[in-house]
Design a protein around this ligand. Structure first.
Ligand SMILES: NC(=O)c1ccc[n+]([C@@H]2O[C@H](COP(=O)([O-])OP(=O)(O)OC[C@H]3O[C@@H](n4cnc5c(N)ncnc54)[C@H](OP(=O)(O)O)[C@@H]3O)[C@@H](O)[C@H]2O)c1
Length: 298
């Protein structure tokens, strides 16, 4: 892939994850063009109580873009991809690399039809960040993403080199993506209780979460993930170690009455389970409840 010396970088979706990555780029002198839904003059990321301000403005009209960008980070929710399609059409060209900072294992399938022949690169986003009431973002972990060892990865690595957001390139991306999906699927249980990570201290929730993680593991393996038998327990141990007030973006969406990413985080287990003939009795209970909480009716 050829590229000018100074790649042009845009970011669609300046929310919790988007603001974190925009701030990392800005600190390194690579401030991205910020494309959003809500007009803002600047973005603010709080790291250990200290603000990092990323100058805007947040653009809200894709018609103001007249040339494709080299690198586009996509950090809208998966439920917002369709609405963000005009941004993708304006920003992407055949030589663009589109790095999807989104949960799930279906980023490429979701975005490829919308990026004018550009190269879609999924990423696993490992860090938690949360939006505050004033639209600023609080970073709650060390920013880190993992990319597959595919064409285009070098462009993302170069853009984030020397920033506070570290990047790994994984040979076996499938396994890592499914591992994160297991974690996300189990975190979805927080929506059904309206509680944060502290709830996993309960013995009954631990038992349920472990059984659900094992169900997800069977589907992940059917999809080619090389996860071992210890993965479900390791994931539950991670919740036990988390701060009790740590939430998850799907819980934040539930509290705000927004659509939930239930399909890419939980429905996907049930869908792939059906394809592979893997029984998913816990998903069969959890998924309709999450879907109804998200989409109604009622
Ligand atoms: N937050 C986390 O800790 C975390 C961790 C790992 C992975 N993830 C994943 O990362 C992805 C992003 O999550 P998030 O928590 O950062 O979401 P978020 O805070 O809700 O941010 C989404 C951003 O996209 C903007 N947006 C919505 N529709 C748009 C459109 N049509 N065009 C342009 N921008 C639009 C939103 O604008 P408004 O300001 O108008 O809402 C908001 O700025 C999700 O897939 C999530 O599952 C999140």
């Amino acid at each position: 892939m050829t590229l000018s010396n100074t790649p042009t970088i845009a970011l669609i979706g300046p929310g919790a994850i988007g603001t974190t990555v925009a701030a990392a780029l800005h600190e390194a002198g690579r401030t991205p063009t910020i494309c959003g839904r809500s007009a803002l003059n600047q973005l603010t990321l709080h790291v250990d109580g200290e603000p990092i301000v990323v100058p805007g403005p947040v653009l809200t009209d894709p018609r103001t873009i007249d040339t494709p960008f080299d690198l586009i980070f996509v950090a809208v929710k998966t439920t917002q991809i369709e609405a963000a399609a005009p941004w993708l059409a304006a920003l992407c060209g055949p030589d663009s690399v589109i790095c999807a900072l989104q949960n799930g294992v279906e980023q490429k399938a979701n975005l490829a039809p919308l990026v004018s022949g550009g190269t879609v690169l999924p990423a696993v986003v490992w860090f938690p960040a949360q939006r505050e009431a004033d639209a600023s973002v609080r970073l709650r972990g060390q920013p880190r993403i993992t990319l597959p060892d595919n064409a285009g990865a070098e462009r993302v690595v170069a853009a984030l080199e020397g920033t506070r957001c570290s990047v790994d390139v994984a040979k076996d991306f499938t396994t890592l993506a499914w591992r994160k999906l297991l974690q996300n699927a189990v975190a979805g249980l927080m929506v059904l209780t309206g509680r944060r990570a502290g709830m996993y201290a309960r013995t009954d929730i631990t038992t349920l979460a472990l059984a659900y993680a094992r169900e997800c593991l069977a589907v992940a393996r059917a999809e080619g993930a090389a996860l071992n038998d210890a993965a479900p327990q390791e994931i539950i141990d991670g919740f036990h170690r988390s701060p009790p007030d740590l939430g998850t973006s799907i819980l934040a969406d539930r509290h705000a009455g927004r659509p939930l990413e239930w399909d890419c985080r939980n429905g996907v287990i049930q869908r792939y389970g059906r394809i592979h003939g893997v029984p998913t009795p816990i998903s069969d209970l959890v998924v309709p409840l999450l879907a109804a909480a998200s989409d109604g009716p009622g």
